[in-house]
Structures are given as C-alpha cells and as structure tokens.
Design a protein around this ligand. Structure first.
Ligand SMILES: [Zn+2]
Length: 85
C-alpha cells in the first residue's frame, strides 16, 4: 500500500485568524468559527462564492480585503479597545 494517509493533511497549513483573536486557522477556512460569525452575511457570502477560485483572483482579493477591513473596524480589534465615556 503506497497510498498516502489523508489525515496527514488535516493540519497541513494554517494561518493566523484575520479576526485578530490569536488563533490559528486551517488554510481552507477564512477565519475561526467565532470570528466568522462576526462577519455580516454579505461578507460571508462574498467569501463563500470565491471558494475554489485562484488565490489572487480579483473577486477573492476584494472579498478578503473587505472582510479584513471589517475586522479592523471592530471595536477592540487593535491592541487596546478605545475607551469611550
Ligand atoms: Zn478568530
């Protein structure tokens, strides 16, 4: 039997979650479940439609950039939450 074990691919590659939660996320996912649910449905849908497209396709780049901008705009997304009175 020379067939490679498929489960060796399970944690093949990861990237840091764009939601800045500090978690590692498998490369086939955009963000961890927690941060994914923070995304507005519109942005989730935009990313879903790019699944299977080349990494640098314009639609994918646009969807990922929009989602990253959303996370950046969240309160507390940076190192310190902005204090408001
Ligand atoms: Zn996350």
């Amino acid at each position: 039997m020379s067939q490679p074990r498929s489960d060796s691919r399970k944690f093949h590659c990861t990237h840091q979650c764009p939601g800045r939660c500090g978690r590692s996320v498998a490369n086939h996912l955009y963000a961890c479940g927690r941060c994914w649910r923070k995304l507005p449905a519109q942005l989730q849908q935009a990313i879903r439609t790019t699944v299977g497209q080349p990494v640098l396709s314009p639609a994918r780049t646009r969807a990922f950039t929009a989602a990253a901008a959303f996370y950046t705009s969240l309160p507390g997304a940076g190192d310190q939450a902005v204090c408001r009175r």
